[in-house]
Design a binder for this molecule. Structure first.
Ligand SMILES: [Zn+2]
Length: 152
């Protein structure tokens, strides 16, 4: 890494410590101007590209997912922070898979699973759209299933 003061490419490491987030901080001294600066080395996890049903790719979009979840949770007792947390969990889950690409269904499945734990009404709303439940019987079956789970 170049010196931020004079752009010289060579620096000497004078101290190495761990930072609070598990990264490695190196205190350096520029070999040319002798100014001191620090660099931090930290693991960066990449979020896989999403492969959509029609074969096209798109980047994982936090805001888009959050927006969909918010709509499903409209007027339900689900806090904004719970939804933010759900989106973060989903993103972390995708990163943990360590793949370059992933079927976009995985995102929807994780969202559905998360919503089911947060609020059953929001879950059903999301599921109707996402799972393309296009007849009342399928919706009723799912609701019966939830009621059964609630009572057992
Ligand atoms: Zn320098």
């Amino acid at each position: 890494m170049n010196c931020p003061f004079c752009q010289h490419p060579v620096s000497r490491v004078i101290d190495t410590t761990k930072d609070s987030r598990g990264g490695i901080r190196r205190r350096r001294e520029c070999a040319s101007c002798h100014q001191r600066f620090s660099t931090v080395e930290r693991v960066v996890l990449n979020t896989p590209m999403l492969v959509k049903r029609d074969g096209t790719r798109e980047e994982f979009n936090r805001d888009k997912l959050l927006q969909g979840l918010r709509i499903a949770c409209a007027k339900r007792p689900v806090s904004a922070s719970a939804l933010e947390q759900l989106v973060s969990n989903i993103e972390a889950e995708l990163q943990k898979k360590g793949r370059a690409e992933i079927n976009s269904r995985v995102v929807g499945d994780l969202a559905i699973k998360g919503l089911k734990e947060l609020d059953h009404i929001a879950y059903v709303r999301y599921a109707i759209v996402y799972l393309r439940m296009d007849d009342l019987h399928t919706v009723r079956d799912e609701i019966d299933h939830l009621l059964f789970e609630e009572n057992n």
